[in-house]
Structure formats: structure tokens, C-alpha cells
Design a protein around this ligand. Sequence first.
Ligand SMILES: [Cu+2]
Length: 826
Amino acid sequence: MNALRRHRALERIWASRPGWRGKLTTVNNNDIGLMFLSLAVTFFAVGGILAMLIRAQLATPRSAFMGPDVYNQVFTMHGTVMMFLFAIPLFEGLTVYLLPKMLGTRDLAFPRLSAFGFWCYAFGGSLLIVSLLAGIAPESGWFMYPPLSSTLGSPGINADFWLLGITFVEISAISASVEIVVTVLLYRAPGMSLDKLPIFAWYMLVVAVMILTGFPPLILGSLLLELERAFGMPFFQAAAGGDSILWQHLFWLFGHPEVYIIFLPAAGVVSTVLPVMARTTLLGYGWIVAGAITLGVMSFGIWVHHMYATGIPHMGLAFFSAASTLVAVPTGVQIFAWIGTLWKGRPEMHLPMLWILAFFATFVMGGLTGVMVAMVPFDWQSHDTYFVVAHLHYVLVGGFVFPMLAGLYYWLPHFTGRQRYFKLGKTAFWLIVLGFHGTFLLLHWAGLLGMRRRIDSIEPGSGWELINLLASVGGFVMAIGFALVLIDVGVNVAVTVRGRRNPWGAGTLEWAMPSPSPSYNLASLPKVHSRNPLQDDPDLPVRIARGEGYLGDPGSGLREILAVEIASGRPSCLVIFPTNSALPIVMAFVTGGIFVGMLIKIYWLVPLSVLGVAALAAWWAWSLGNRGDLGLQPVGHGLVLLRASEVARPPGWWGSLFLLLADGVFFGALLFGYVFLWTVAPNWPPPAWLEPGLSGPLLALGGAVLAFGGIRLADRAIRCNAGPWLGLLLSLAGLAALGSAAITVLARTTHDAHAYDATLWVVAGYVVFHAAVAGLMTVFLVLRAGAGYLSARRIGEARIVRLWIDYAVAAAVLGLGAAWLPEVLT
Ligand SMILES: [Cu+2]
């Protein structure tokens, strides 16, 4: 078979349906990546317009351009759109598009989950835009502190849009992260051991794990605040045993790691682009990986530096101040490695290189003001002033937007396969960089002169007028620059001539395919021997296209892909990917019912939508797997492998594991909140502790033993090719008992009397929910066993269900134990 016929055959297997309808049913990483990127850029434009409105309002003293109500919505939405609807989705889009290519594989793990994530983002984001257009947008600032965001400070529907819309969007961040982790761990070109990973993939792995551990506290916080607003459960009301500071903890437990979640993908772009621009290899690969991991871990220990002004004990202040300054060390390691790379190479001043230099200058300045605000006495002076606003824009624009522009111009030839001739890029570069510093360098001084953030007008005679006028001019210059970038890229996509395949002479595998890339990415999977396969073997693209790698024979008509062993990169099994489907968009739409039901207070829609999602998920999962043992399959070069459905730990098991990691962090944050209120909140202890009684603990204990033991009995039966019915039945009974034990807790408390009762409601509700999920999965397993999908070899599904049952048992023991503990102790 020649290269062209192979290309046509693979396109038939992997391509999306033509036209816009194809976009609704696509599960292909190229389409979904581009959809993510275009939507994120659209939101960037929205956020940018909002920024221009802010600068227009503040350009002159006592401006009548906007009233305070509108202004509150505008600055809240500017921050919200930029952080949640632009920065994170842009990173997701870039990763969905590039990661499989760089890893030398054909698609991202769980393609339908990618599509589901995208539609959740699109629907959730639109919800927020609707609120903006209707003039009922969130107005409490992008970090939504109660009581300003509770019914007291924001009685309308505004804050609900934020809490529900952002949580909806965050489903896409969680699902993208699960995919990214599993892709980096399992889906790579054969031979790509962990020490040969492209540096970009290391960064993405760290970021994805950070999202899985950093986003759940915010999802919890949003849920609690929404429950307080909708049902009067007083988590954040001091009079009823709540504490508004709890929100700040939950928010910044997310919010500080978020800063690094935004910075690290950009650092990944810099580490990828810089060596190519300097015509050399990256200096200190191991050090950079260690630096990124350290930064990821440390970022979870410093959230309190956003809360110095809330009356934290002095010991705590000293600890968090020291920890915050320490973060400069792993960041410094990366910066020195980059400088060293420049030093040993011969840098060429192409546009991506210019943007990296702008990043260096800006980000280092933002880092230094970061060390300043890490100091408690200085922070007390500058807290909530424009100094902090300027600092965060240096870090986020300098540390994210500039590197992403480097990445845009670096990968543009790959995205479009065309040559640039309309060279607006350099003009845009100077407008953006000068405009940016013109705006935000000056605003540091406004902050030091006492200008508070979020004020809707400045007074004549305050001494801030000239600074603000110049800052507004700078802001508009920057906006013109961004408009030029958009025009430049648009022209490049539309009219120019075809370019060379690898114009920069890069060594990573995304340049080993035609550009723009075909739907299947690689016609065959190469064997990898180093970090820069293309530099070792310039003929690699031709040999890949000729089908000389693995899976070069498209004869099966299926979407075939190889999974590898995590550390060594040796091929471990053959995975068949699902084809185009409308299921993801339908499921995202039904998921939307949960949020819209809460938003417009049609509460019956919520459980109905949850049931709908469960039914769709079951339908989704039913289509996987096979009814008979297929045995070893040839994948090329004489290698034979089992199908993923016939190994004990299929990719779905790993996906469940990392999803449960996020779930566990959510639950951990909930227990943290419980302990926090218990020890810190005024108006504790509550009027009475919950009495365990006898029936609840007995049910829980028996349930835990039955559920845990039952699934193991079933597992053994499946391995012996016997019927798993008894074990599954015992497991089901056990899960029912666990759920009932949690219901006894609900029955003994009233949800809105005290923050204590409200917390118990959420804890018990969490236990009931997980017992129900594990129970439904067990029923699913019963049906699958009956239909012949399980065998001694096809045990993977049972192992996935076992994971969820074990988690439900652990959550029940911990949660119910925490509910009954205080009464036992007193
Ligand atoms: Cu921070």
C-alpha cells in the first residue's frame, strides 16, 4: 500500500463528518483542540473589551461613562472571563491539539470525554455571557467573597450565574486533566520512556495533576455558597456558626495553585520553543522537570498569602510568608536553565524568540513584586491596591499571554501549513509590549499612592489622574496590538502559500506529520530512541507516511492506537478508540439541566438531569469492550498485543483512578471545612451534637464489610470463569446499607439550623451519592456479566467498579465517622 492510499484509508477511519454538523459529533483531538482554541480566543476578545471599558471609565476623574452597578459587573466579568474562560481553556485547547502529536500517538485518551468537556465549557461559558448581555452578570469581584456574594450582598441572580456557570465550565478542566494524565502515562510512541518525554509533556502532566488537586476546593466552595444562597444552609454566616473566611480558604486553596496552573503550560511552551530558537538542546532537562514538580507541590502550601489581612495568627503569617518567598527557588531554577540554554546556543531573533524575551523581562519583574507582596508588612500596606493589580497582570500577562504568543507564532506553520508573508507580527509585538508596560508599570505607582482596586471613579486632586490617563492610553495601544495579531493570523489562515513542513528545524514529533495535520496525526507510530527523534532521523516523516512504524496497516477499519508501559514506554496493549458520536454534546446539554435548574430555581429539573446523565453514561459505557476473548493481535514489526479490554488495568481504570483523586480532594476539602468551622468559627459548638444511635453505625459497619468483601468475591468468581452473582448481590446490599446509614444522619438534623447541621447534610449527601453511583455501577456490571462481556481475561471492567466501590466505602467510613465523632468524644 503506498502512502497516498494509506492516507485515504486512515482518513476514512479517523476523520470527522464534513461541514459544521461534523463539529457537533466530532471526537477528534485536532477538531476539538481547534474548537477550544477558537472559543478561548473569542472569550479573550470579550475579556479584552471589558478591560477597555474599565480603562475608559478610569481615564478621567469622576467619569460618567458607567455607573457603579455596571462597573462592578464589568470588572468582575473581566477577571472571571480571563481566568476561567480564556486562560485554562486556551491551555486545554493547545494541549488537546498538540500533546498526542508530540507524544507520537494518534489521539488523546478518552476522545469522547474531550468532546464532552468542550461542550460543557461552551455551554457554561455561554451562560455567563448571557448574564453579561442581560445586565445581570456577577458583580462581587472575581474571587466572590461572601458576604458580598451571599444573598446579603448580592440578592439577585448575579452571583448564581458565577457559582453555577464556573462550576459547569470546570467539568471541562477536570475531564481534560484526566485525559492529559492518562495520555502522558499510557499513550506514547513505543520506546518513549519517561526520560525521553518531550519537556512540554512533563509540564502538562504536572499541570493536569495540579488541576485535579487544585480545582476541587473551588468546586466545593461554589457548591456550599450556592447551597447557602438557595436553601439557607449557613456555611459562611457567622451568626449561625458559619465563617466567611472559610470561603477565602477554599477559594485560595484553588486560587494560588491556579496561578501556577496558568504559568506552567506557558513555561512548557518556553522550554519547547527556546532551544529551537537558540539552535541547541535544552540545558538541564532533569532540573527543569524537578523544578516544575517542586513548584507544583509548593504551590499548594502558600495560599494564605492572599489572606494576610484577615487576622491570621502570627505564627501562620511567618510560615506562609517564608514559604511564599521560597517559591522563587524552583522558578529561578527554570529561569537559569533557560538563560543557560540561550548562552550555549546561537539564538535567532524570530518572532517567537522576541516574545520569549518579552516574557523574561516582564515575568521576572512580576516575580520580584511577588516577593515584595509575600512580605507581610509590605502586603498589609499594598493589599487591595493597584500595586497588587499591577503585580498580577505582570505575572499573568507576562507569564502566560506572552509565552502563548511565542507558541502561536512558533506552531502557526504547523497549524496552517502555510507561509507567512503579511508581516504584522513585529508591529503587533511592539504595540503590545510597550502598551502593556505603559499601562501596568505606571499602575504600581498609583497603588503605592493609595489607589484602591475596584473603585469605579477617581477623585480630582487625588494625584492619580495623570497615571490613570496614561495607563488608559497604554491599554488602548495594547488592544490595537492584539487586534493586529488577530488580523495577522486570520490572513495567514486565509490567503498565503504553502510552507515547509518543519521551518524551524525542530526535533519533536508534531513536526513529523503533514501540516495541517491529518485527522489520524501519524500514519504509523515510530519507534523513539531520544528526546528529539526528528533531529536523529530527518527521514522519519517519510518512513512514518510509508507505514514503516507500528499500526501502519489500516485494514481493520478501526481507530487503533497503542498503549505503553508507564516507565519504559514498551508497548503494552492495543486500544480501539470510539468513533464520532453525538453522545458527548447531548450529555453536556443534559448536564446543563442540573445547572440551569438550580439557576432559575426549577429544582425538579436537577434530579431529573442527574438521572439523565447517569442513563447516558451507562449507554456510553455499554458500547465499549467485546463479548469474546480476541487474544493476541498483530500491531506490526512482528509484535502481538492484547486488546485493552483484555488487560486487568485498562486505560479506563487509570482514568477512574485520577478522577477519584480529584473526588478525594473534594471530600478532603469538605472535611477540612468541617474541622475549620469546628476549631475557628465563632458560635461553635452547635446547640447539640448529633447522636449516633445504634442503627446507623451498625448499618455502616455491616455495609462496609459487605460491599468491600462482595466485589472481591465477584472478582474471584470472574477469574475462575464462574458466575459473579452472589458477590455482586452482597456488594449491592452493602452499598444500600451504607446509603441508609448516611440517611439516618440526614433524618436527625435540619439543614438550615446551624453551619454544623448544614455540613453534616453535605457530608451525608456525599456518602449517599457515592453509594448510589457505586450501586449503579454494580448493577451495570451484573448486566454486563449477563451479556457475556466479562471473562477471566476481560476483568478490567470489574476492576474499575471495584475501585469505585472501595472509594464509596472509604468515603462512608470517613464521612460518617466524622459526623458521629464529636458526640462520642464528649
Ligand atoms: Cu498566590
